[in-house]
Structures are given as structure tokens and as C-alpha cells.
Design a protein around this ligand. Structure first.
Ligand SMILES: Cc1cc2nc3c(=O)[nH]c(=O)nc-3n(C[C@H](O)[C@H](O)[C@H](O)COP(=O)(O)OP(=O)(O)OC[C@H]3O[C@@H](n4cnc5c(N)ncnc54)[C@H](O)[C@@H]3O)c2cc1C
Length: 292
């Protein structure tokens, strides 16, 4: 695919980790900040949908109207900027973790286990094992849908569990990260990355496409445990299954539709509400139209 060229009717299946979904009416992969500015300043088919690596997104089978802008194929700059690491949104979280570890930083290993882009991680305030990406943000570069670029400090945002209050017409282009410097008696951060990835392999399903945790953990509860307790572990609808290994993961066993996955989501929400009187809210983002 030629970068920065708008294409019509492009299947989005290969651009999300569940490997499901319909076509984008218009689709474009961005190479650089300049090309994103040019794209937004010209007329494009609305609405605009932003996609990173699609590892937290369920794309419905009827596809997505307007223009899907994929930021994970370009915007790959990562470098030092004084004491910070400047990293563009298309860089993977794993690359940011490894770059920072090599740079003698600590507390960055957790990012290696998150299979998303830095832009997606900023939008989701992604995290694991007690750390979240915004813990280490000093400032961000944002572009609005009208093409105007702004630098904003972390203090200008309300940051919460898997959430940050950016405007709906705002895209993260890059961020400056302030991971602390490793001290002599600290563990080697590259070793921490290895250990963390091994830990993930044993605790999470890795044989089938998933989007990680489907639901947010309700306060004082674990979504996985609630789903297990209402008897849905291993439950199958069509080609989708609630994982036997980790009940907050939904697996595409090869031929799942987005509708199969959405039906499992609804089923889990209904059963947990009926039996436990607890509301499960999705962590994943659902975009596009249903068929029919
Ligand atoms: C196996 C597996 C394990 C996972 N483990 C974790 C985990 O431990 N912790 C965790 O937090 N998540 C986890 N996830 C979920 C996912 O990887 C993260 O949420 C990740 O940060 C999403 O990044 P992405 O690029 O894939 O985002 P996408 O799915 O492409 O997008 C997610 C949302 O962010 C928006 N977005 C994307 N890029 C930008 C941008 N540049 N500017 C503005 N908005 C943007 C999209 O519009 C969408 O609303 C896991 C997923 C999988 C498949």
C-alpha cells in the first residue's frame, strides 16, 4: 500500500488483532507528521476514525464509514531529546520499552508486553503490573482534525484507569517520556522485559487472535473472575470463545465474525449483571456498523 494515498473499500481484517471486521470506505496509512497535517487540511470523507495497531479495537462486520487513518505504519521516529525520549505514535510499545532499556532507563519493561502502538497506548492509558504509560509522560504533541498542532503538558489531562480525557477530534502524534535512570543496584531492565514476557506467555492465551482484556475490571473485582464465576469460561458462539486460560480474553478460533465476539460480550455482560449485580464495561473500543 502506498503511504499517504487514500484508498477505497479496504478490508480492515488484517489491521486489528482479532482479525475480524468489514471494509473501510476510505483508508489511508500515514508516513509522517507533515503528511498527516496535509491530509487533515484537505477535504476528506467524514467521519474520521483513528487506528493504531488495532489491538484494542473490535471492527464490526459492516465496516467503517468515512476515513480510517492508520497511524501505525509510519510516524516511527524515536530519539533522545535532552533528558527525555521523544517517540512518535506509530512506534510499537515494545520498541519504546527496548529503546529505553538500552538507554539505561528503568520502569519501562511493562510496555514490552503491550502489543499496541504508542499512540494507542496514550489514548487508552495502557498499562500492566502496576504501571501505566502516562506515569512516564512529560508532554505530548497533538494534532486536531482541523490540522492544527499543539504541545500539551501532562498536567493538562485528567488521567484515569485506561482513560485520558483528550478531545474526540484530537490525535496523539508523539510524546516525550521521562523514564527514570537506572541506578547501579537496580535490576537490568532488559532482563525485566524477558521475565515479563515469559510471565505473560504462561498467564495469557497466545494461540488465537484476541484483543487482550475485553472488559475493564470493575472496582474491587476482576472481570475474568466474574466471568468465570458465572460459568462462561470456554463458552463458544460461532467462531469465538471465552478463553479457558483467561476469561477476560475472547479468542477468534479462526472463523469468528465481529458479531460472534460482540454476542459473547453481551452474554457476559448480561450474565454478570443478572447473577452478580455488577456492570461490566468494555475496555475495547467497538467501531463500525453491523451487517443488515
Ligand atoms: C494479547 C494482548 C495483550 C494486551 N495486554 C494489555 C495490557 O496488559 N495492558 C493494556 O493496557 N492493554 C493491553 N492490551 C490492549 C492493547 O494492546 C492496548 O490498549 C494498546 O495500547 C492499544 O494500542 P493500539 O495501537 O493497538 O490501539 P488501537 O486498538 O488501534 O486503538 C485503540 C484506541 O486508541 C485510539 N488511538 C489509536 N492511536 C491513536 C492516536 N495516535 N491518537 C489518538 N487516538 C488513538 C483509537 O482511535 C482507539 O479508540 C492487550 C492486547 C492484546 C491483543
Amino acid at each position: 500500500m502506498i503511504k499517504d494515498n487514500i484508498q477505497q473499500n479496504i478490508s480492515l481484517k488484517k489491521f486489528n488483532s482479532w482479525k475480524v471486521g468489514g471494509v473501510a470506505e476510505c483508508y489511508v496509512e500515514i508516513s509522517t507528521e507533515e503528511s498527516l497535517i496535509t491530509l487533515l487540511k484537505n477535504e476528506i470523507q467524514l467521519p474520521i476514525t483513528i487506528l493504531g495497531l488495532g489491538s484494542n479495537t473490535l471492527i464490526r462486520d459492516g465496516g467503517v464509514k468515512g476515513t480510517v487513518i492508520n497511524l501505525s505504519k509510519g510516524l516511527k521516529a524515536i530519539d533522545h531529546d535532552h533528558e527525555y525520549i521523544y517517540c512518535e505514535s506509530g512506534v510499537s510499545c515494545s520498541t519504546l520499552a527496548r529503546f529505553s532499556a538500552k538507554d539505561n532507563k528503568k520502569n519501562c519493561a511493562f510496555l514490552a508486553g503491550i502489543p499496541g502502538s504508542v499512540g494507542g497506548a496514550l489514548a487508552m492509558n495502557a498499562g500492566c503490573y502496576g504501571n501505566e504509560i502516562w506515569d512516564f509522560v512529560q508532554k505530548v504533541k497533538i494534532i486536531k482534525f482541523n490540522g492544527l498542532v499543539e504541545i500539551r503538558s501532562k498536567e493538562e489531562f485528567d488521567i484515569g484507569y485506561r482513560s485520558v480525557n483528550k478531545g474526540n477530534d484530537e490525535i496523539f502524534i508523539a510524546a516525550w517520556f521521562n523514564f527514570p535512570l537506572k541506578q547501579d543496584n537496580d535490576e537490568d531492565e532488559s532482563n525485566n522485559i524477558k521475565n515479563l514476557l515469559n510471565k505473560r506467555k504462561t498467564s495469557q492465551p497466545i494461540n488465537w487472535p484476541t484483543a487482550g482484556s475485553t472488559f475493564r475490571n470493575p472496582e474491587n473485582h476482576y472481570a475474568a473472575r466474574l466471568i468465570e464465576e458465572v460459568g462462561l469460561k470456554g463458552f463458544i458462539i460461532g467462531g469465538a470463545r471465552i478463553s479457558e486460560k483467561h476469561a477476560n480474553f475472547i479468542e477468534n478460533m479462526g472463523n469468528a465474525t465481529a458479531q460472534d465476539i460482540e454476542d459473547l460480550i453481551k452474554l457476559a455482560q448480561n450474565k454478570v449483571r443478572d447473577i452478580k449485580r455488577i456492570e461490566l464495561h468494555t475496555e475495547i473500543k467497538i467501531i463500525g456498523d453491523k451487517i443488515g
